[in-house]
Structures are given as structure tokens and as C-alpha cells.
Ligand binder design. Structure first.
Ligand code: SIN
Length: 554
């Protein structure tokens, strides 16, 4: 039976108990989690936990937009074909079809809740990005993610059934393992909620839920250079793996071709829409080098552009290539990319209408993730996933630009339908032990966390990045395994903190990426290895990875 009237509406600062009961627990506050929460709040009580402020998510950094078929010269089949072609044989066609065909309806819903997409003469102003054969990117100037997040949060603030717990960092999903319950080998695992660190009160709370939604975003922070904010430490992949969920295709890490050289961390993104608008990639000596690599030139899919940049940099010894928009009308650039223009001018003293933009690739998006069906259900009962953390099958070996926000809205809607089904079921009444921190101390050596994090990021950048080989991956694996042992030891004897939880997750996700990459003995999409430089059609299939034994520490 669904638990009724579970009051999660207590303001966070007044809470004095450590166990929170809710019908639905949502982990993460990006577009996927918020859209889902909004829909399921009609069915039941919802608690959203987010490790920072509610608006801090990968969504917020998405500049380009959301792809959908709205143009008169476009068709569902064209969008499907572009997605499949960029995904290099690994997309699940049936799932891609669902996403593309349900896209326009979800876009209308976003408009209804108040998202202001840029329009021209009353029509959506649709732009183009790499791999798209038509203009189909709806955008809100060059801050699309921020605009969607704003509208969703505004709408959510009106819902009585939703409580947002800011600064609550999920540590682990609660399964039979925590109940010390013996499960027969053919029995499915269940998720009963999550333990989360309340960072303000410095206590670990138990969130009990009938349904848990994992929408915790990506893992760009595994790499030294990334467009992702510091929160993107792969928490969802790590929690799901530890809980025993099935993950897939973790080797397919998308690097964005154009981030502003030396713009710090996170690397400042120069949206692909800039190339869609006519921007041209050049070497520092002025050559429009993409001609040599792909007939679509600067608008080729990201994997192709990134490898071309990598090759050119290795050849020339330069530290960056250049993105040139100086040939385009400066007023139009300012109109289409007001924030990129302003940020480059004010923060980096670069007038992009007059000077070329120095750019380098950076880790951007994880195409694999926690395997779900088309209703968002994972391999663990009562655990759903959506957004970047999920592997629905739409991205295959490489994601088509601006399909990520689309995937998030389409599959969060579908997950709300799956949840509706799930809530009809009878739920077990379980007694979950509270967090046990006996035997742990407040370790003073916090600097070790920072050192370990840098080691992971450097290792992954050097040996698990754009161009791989077995030698490099084995080198990465040895280092990551060693770090994981060291971090496990540290975790066992130390009270949990934000830095420690992230470190534990980062090292595990790094290992999942490397192990998955070692399994794939071919080059396909985003996974390029010099040992197997060709695609091997006999190896067409997803890489599956899951924990075979009962979770211990990792
Ligand atoms: C961009 O604006 O280039 C990022 C959009 C995306 O990753 O799909």
C-alpha cells in the first residue's frame, strides 16, 4: 500500500528527526528530476534532495538548447536518422523513435509552464548544431538550460506536495543489503530510499521512500578538464553500481570540442550553436582543418571534431585551435550569443566579433549510465533513473547535440507513467537502520582528498580520454585500483563529508569507465583506441557492467 500523508513539508531548519518518510524520493534537481517531480507530485508526496542549492545542476550550464522537430523542412525520420547516425550503430531505434516523436508534446508543456524559447516572427527560432541535417534546436538565447531550470523551479514552488532539501548529499541507496535481509538468488533487489548527509547540520538522515528516482546528472569531474560544474562527480552511477544495478556503455564519454582555452574549472563552453551559426575551426596558422576530416567540416559530430582537434594539436604542438566568427556580422553574433559575447569580453578580455576564440576539448557528457526501460525503471525494483545518469538507449556510442535535454523531458514524463504503475503495488513495511558511524573519526587530513581527486582527474585525462589504447587503459586501471584501495581505507575510518563522498564516487566511476573501455575491443563513436582503430560490426552491442557480489564498501 502507498504510504499516505507522509508529511515532508517540515521546513528543513526546523527538522529535528533523522528519518524522513516520503512516497517518492528524487535525487538531483536538474531538468530530469524537476520535470519528473512536477508530474508525480499529482500522485503522491515528493522529497527532492540536492547536494547544493536547488538551481545548481548540469542543466543550468546547457547553453545550446533542446532538439525537436518543429521546422517545416524537418521530419521525425530525419531527426531519428541523425540520432542513429551519430550514435554509430548502438542507439536503440525503438527508444530513439519514442524520444523524437514525443518531443514536440513535451516542448509544448515546457512552454505552458513558462519557458521562454527565443522566437522570431512568432515562430521558434531554431538553430543547428553538429550532426543535425536540419535546423531543430530550440533555445533561449544562449542560456537555454538556465531558462528551463528557472521555469521548473518556479512551478515547483507552487506545489504543496513537493519539498526540496538543499545541501543534502545522497550517500547510498538503501537496499536489502542495509536491512541485513537475506535475498534468494532469483529475487529482485528493492530500493527503499537513500541515506543522505545534511551538510548544514552535519548529520546523516534516512530518507525512506516507496519509489526512488535517480536523476543526479553526469560525471565530468572524473576528468581534469570538463565543462561540468564541480557537482558532477558521478554520484548516481556510483550509488547505483554499489547497490547492484545494471550499468551500460560507460566507456562512451563525450568531449565537447570547443571550450575556451585556459578558462578555468569548469571550462567555459563555447556552444556548438556558434559553429551552427557559421563559426569555423582553424589551426593557429589559419587553416580550416575540418575539411580534411569530414564533409560536414566544422559541423561534423563531436567525436569526429574532437579527434580532428586532437590530431592537429599533436601535429603542430599548439595548445589550442581557434574558432573563428570574425567573418560573421558582429550585430548578429551579439544578438544570438549575448552571454558568450559578454562573458568572453568582460571576463576573458576577448572580443569574439574581432578576435578568434582559442578553444580546446573538455569532458562534457556520459552517454552510458544506469540501464532503464522506456518507463525509467532500472534493474532494481522501485528504483528509477532519468537524465544523464540513465542509459535509455537513445545516445548509443555518441550523443547528438541537444538531444540530452530532450531525453530528460521525454523520459522524465515516461518515468512518471512508470511510477504511477509502481504506486499501485503493495509496498513492504521495512525497518531501516539509521546511519552507523561508529568507529569513524573526523580526519584532519582533508588535503589528501584534494590530492586523490587531482590524481584521478589527471590519470583519466592522460590515459582514459579522447584517444585510448590498451596500454594506456591498463596504466589507468592500475592507478585507479590503487587509489580506490587507499580511498576505501580512508572512507572506512572517517566521518562522511561532501569531499569524501565525492571522492569515493569519482574513483569508482573512473574505474567503471576504464573497465568498460577495456571490454570494447574496437573503435566506435566516442571510444577510440589505437589498438583496434576500426569499428568491428561483429562486436555491435552494449557494454554491460554490474556488481556481481553483495556490496561491501564499494
Ligand atoms: C552546446 O551548447 O554546445 C551544448 C549542447 C549539448 O551538449 O547538447
Amino acid at each position: 500500500m502507498v504510504r499516505k500523508n507522509l508529511n515532508t513539508k517540515t521546513p528543513r531548519h526546523k527538522e529535528n528527526h533523522l528519518e524522513i518518510k516520503t512516497d517518492i524520493l528524487v535525487i538531483g534537481s536538474g531538468i530530469a528530476g524537476l520535470s519528473y517531480a512536477l508530474k508525480v507530485s499529482e500522485l503522491a508526496s515528493v522529497a527532492i534532495i540536492t547536494k547544493k542549492e536547488k538551481a545548481e545542476s548540469n542543466t543550468n550550464y546547457a547553453q545550446g538548447g533542446i532538439a525537436s522537430v518543429v521546422g517545416t523542412d524537418d521530419s521525425f525520420e530525419m531527426h531519428i536518422q541523425d540520432t542513429l547516425s551519430v550514435g554509430c550503430g548502438l542507439c536503440h531505434r525503438d527508444v530513439v523513435e519514442l524520444m523524437v516523436k514525443e518531443g514536440p508534446e513535451r516542448i509544448n508543456e515546457l512552454v505552458e509552464i513558462g519557458v521562454h524559447f527565443t522566437r522570431k516572427q512568432n515562430k521558434f527560432d531554431i538553430s543547428r548544431e553538429g550532426g543535425h541535417s536540419r535546423n531543430r534546436i530550440l533555445h533561449a538565447a544562449d542560456l537555454t538550460g538556465k531558462e528551463i531550470e528557472r521555469a521548473l523551479l518556479e512551478k515547483i514552488s507552487e506545489q504543496k506536495n513537493i519539498t526540496i532539501f538543499e545541501n543534502h548529499f545522497a550517500i547510498d541507496l538503501i537496499t536489502e543489503h542495509h536491512l541485513k535481509k537475506k535475498k534468494s538468488s532469483d529475487e529482485k533487489k528493492h530500493c527503499y530510499g537513500a541515506y543522505a548527509l545534511d551538510e548544514d547540520e552535519n548529520v546523516v538522515k534516512t530518507f525512506l521512500a516507496n519509489v526512488t528516482m535517480l536523476s543526479s546528472g553526469g560525471a565530468g569531474q572524473v576528468y581534469l578538464h570538463t565543462t561540468n560544474p564541480p557537482i558532477a562527480s558521478g554520484d548516481g552511477y556510483a550509488m547505483a553500481y554499489r547497490a547492484g544495478a545494471k550499468l551500460s556503455n560507460m566507456e562512451f564519454i563525450q568531449f565537447h570540442p570547443t571550450t575556451l582555452y585556459q578558462s578555468g574549472s569548469p571550462a567555459y563552453l563555447i556552444s556548438e550553436a556558434v559553429r551552427g551559426f557559421g563559426g569555423v575551426l582553424r589551426t593557429t596558422s589559419g587553416e580550416a582543418f575540418m575539411k580534411k576530416y569530414d564533409e560536414r567540416e566544422s559541423l561534423a559530430p563531436r567525436d569526429i571534431v574532437v579527434r580532428a582537434i586532437d590530431t592537429e594539436l599533436k601535429k603542430s604542438g599548439d595548445e589550442f585551435v581557434e574558432l573563428d566568427v570574425t567573418h560573421l556580422p558582429s550585430e548578429k553574433i551579439k544578438e544570438h550569443f549575448p552571454n558568450i559575447y559578454k562573458k568572453c569580453l568582460e571576463k576573458f578580455k576577448l572580443d569574439i566579433t574581432k578576435e578568434k576564440i582559442p578553444v580546446v576539448p573538455a569532458a562534457h557528457y556520459v552517454c552510458g549510465g544506469v540501464v532503464t526501460d522506456v518507463l525509467g525503471k532500472t534493474s532494481i525494483e522501485n528504483l528509477f533513473a532519468c537524465g544523464e545518469v540513465a542509459m535509455t538507449g537513445v545516445h548509443g556510442a555518441n550523443r547528438l547535440a541537444s538531444n540530452s535535454l530532450l531525453e530528460a523531458v521525454v523520459f522524465s514524463h515516461r518515468a512518471s507513467l512508470g511510477t504511477k504503475q509502481q504506486l499501485q503495488q503493495k509496498f513492504e513495511n521495512v525497518s531501516v537502520p539509521s546511519w552507523d558511524e561508529s568507529g569513524t573519526v573526523n580526519n584532519e587530513e582533508w588535503i589528501l582528498i584534494e590530492h586523490n581527486k587531482k590524481e584521478i582527474q589527471q590519470t583519466m585525462w592522460d590515459y582514459g580520454g579522447i584517444v585510448r589504447s590498451d596500454l594506456r587503459l591498463q596504466r589507468a586501471l592500475r592507478r585507479i585500483e590503487f587509489l580506490r584501495e587507499e580511498i576505501t581505507e580512508f572512507y572506512r575510518r572517517t566521518k562522511v563529508s561532501e569531499g569524501l563522498i565525492e571522492l569515493r564516487n569519482l574513483v569508482l566511476v573512473a574505474e567503471l569507465i576504464v573497465r568498460s573501455a577495456l571490454q570494447r575491443k574496437e573503435s566506435r563513436g566516442l571510444h577510440y583506441t589505437t589498438d583496434f582503430s576500426q569499428t568491428d560490426e561483429t562486436l555491435l552491442g552494449d557494454t554491460i557492467i554490474f556488481k556481481k557480489e553483495e556490496p561491501k564498501e564499494f
